[in-house]
Design a protein around this ligand. Structure first.
Ligand code: SAH
Length: 343
C-alpha cells in the first residue's frame, strides 16, 4: 500500500527519502511543491529529477480529493463534499471574513460524542481521518477557489481530541514555515470536553486557540445535551480548563449554543457567570441551528442579546457568533457524514 505523502511532516519525509536511497534535502523541495505550489501530480514537480518523481509515484499517493459536491450560500460561504476514495466522503466549509478566508475542517468520518443537537453525530462513527486527509481539505479548497486560507477551525465533523495524534500532526504540517506556514494563532481546536486530552494539550508547546463546547451550566442539563458530560462533568471540565489557562497563559473560548427555553434563561446566564468569572476566557454565543429531528429551537434574537448583555455586564466577555451558511446546512452542527457506497 502506498503511503499518503501528506501524512508526513518534513522530518518524516526526510526519513522516508533516506529509505528509498535519496538525499534528505530533497524533502524541502518536495514539501514546497506540495504545500506552496499545491501540485496535483508528482509529475508537476518540475525541478525534481524524473527518476525521483517516478520513485515518489511508486511509493506515495498525493491524496488529491475530487469534489463530489459544492454548495454556495447566499452569504458566500461554500460547502464542499470531498471523495475520500474509500466509499466515504467528508464536508469542509470555506468562509470569507474581512480579514481573509477561514476554513472549517472535519477530523473524523462521523462522531462518537452523541450530542443531541448536532447532525454530525446522528449517523454514527466510521473512522478518524489521517493527518494528510485533514490537511488535504485545505489544499483542495485552495486549489478549487484559487485562494489562500489564513484561518482554520477544527469545527467540522468529528471530535478533534478523539483523533489527537493525527490532529497534532496536521497542525505541525499546516504550521511548517516551508509548507503552508499557517500561524498556530490562526488555528482553533474545538472540543466537547475530553478532559484528559485537555491536560495533554496543555503540555504541548503550541499557540492554537482552545474552544470548549459548553452549552449548559448544570450537569443535569449538560448530561441531557452532551452525553460526554456523564464521563467528564462540568466540575472536572472547569478544572481542566483552569489548568490549561494557568499552564499556557492562553485565553479559552467557550461555545454556548442558545436554544429556546432550554438553556437560555436568566438563571443560565447567572450560573454561566459564576462558572467563568475571573477566568481568562471569552464566550461565543451561537444561535442554535436547526437540524433534522432536532428538538431544539433557536432563541429569539432579543433573548440572545439579553443573554449576551447580562454576561458582559457581569464581567464575562461574550459575543454572538455570526451565522454563516445556514441555508446550505453548512453552519455549526449541520455537517453530516456521508457514505457513498450502499446508500
Ligand atoms: N466535536 C467538537 C467539534 C465540533 S465544533 C466540539 O464539540 O466542539 C462545532 C461546534 O458547533 C461545537 O461547539 C458544537 O457544539 C456546535 N454545534 C453543534 N450543533 C450545533 C447546532 N445545531 N447549532 C449550533 N451549534 C452547534
Amino acid at each position: 500500500m502506498k503511503k499518503n505523502i501528506k501524512d508526513l511532516s518534513l522530518e518524516d519525509l526526510q526519513e522516508e527519502l533516506k529509505l528509498i536511497g535519496e538525499k534528505p534535502y530533497r524533502a524541502e523541495q518536495i514539501f514546497k511543491w506540495i504545500y506552496q505550489d499545491n501540485v496535483s501530480t508528482f509529475e508537476d514537480m518540475s525541478n525534481i529529477s524524473l527518476e525521483l518523481r517516478k520513485k515518489l509515484e511508486n511509493n506515495f499517493t498525493l491524496c488529491i480529493y475530487s469534489i463530489l459536491d459544492k454548495q454556495i450560500s447566499k452569504d458566500g460561504t461554500k460547502k464542499y463534499l470531498f471523495d475520500l476514495s474509500d466509499g466515504n466522503a467528508i464536508e469542509t466549509v470555506l468562509m470569507e471574513y474581512k480579514h481573509g478566508y477561514s476554513i472549517c475542517v472535519s477530523t473524523q468520518i462521523g462522531c462518537k460524542m452523541g450530542c443531541e443537537f448536532c447532525a454530525s453525530t446522528g449517523v454514527g462513527f466510521i473512522r478518524s481521518l489521517s493527518a494528510g486527509e485533514i490537511v488535504e481539505q485545505v489544499l483542495a479548497v485552495e486549489r478549487d477557489e484559487n485562494v489562500k486560507v489564513s484561518n482554520l477551525v477544527f469545527m467540522g465533523i468529528g471530535e478533534p481530541l478523539d483523533n489527537y495524534n493525527n490532529v497534532m500532526q496536521a497542525i505541525k504540517i499546516l504550521n511548517h514555515p516551508k509548507g503552508i506556514n499557517m500561524g498556530a494563532r490562526h488555528i482553533s481546536i474545538s472540543t466537547s470536553g475530553l478532559v484528559p486530552k485537555i491536560y495533554e494539550l496543555a503540555e504541548e508547546d503550541m499557540q492554537c486557540t482552545l474552544s470548549i463546547s459548553l452549552h449548559a451550566t448544570t450537569d443535569e442539563k449538560r448530561d441531557e445535551m452532551m452525553p460526554i458530560n456523564k464521563t467528564y462533568n462540568i466540575k472536572s471540565l472547569m478544572e481542566a480548563c483552569k489548568y490549561y489557562i494557568q499552564k499556557t497563559n492562553k485565553r479559552i473560548s467557550f461555545e454556548y449554543a442558545l436554544a429556546k427555553e432550554n438553556n437560555d434563561n436568566l438563571e443560565d446566564a447567572k450560573r454561566l457567570v459564576k462558572l467563568l468569572k475571573g477566568m481568562l476566557c471569552h464566550v461565543n454565543l451561537i444561535p442554535i441551528n436547526k437540524i433534522d429531528n432536532g428538538n431544539y429551537v433557536k432563541s429569539s434574537n432579543e433573548n440572545i442579546l439579553k443573554f449576551r448583555d447580562y454576561l458582559n455586564e457581569n464581567g464575562v466577555v461574550a459575543t454572538v457568533r455570526r451565522e454563516l451558511g445556514a441555508d446550505i446546512d453548512a453552519a455549526c452542527g449541520q455537517l453530516r457524514k456521508k457514505v457513498l457506497r450502499g446508500e
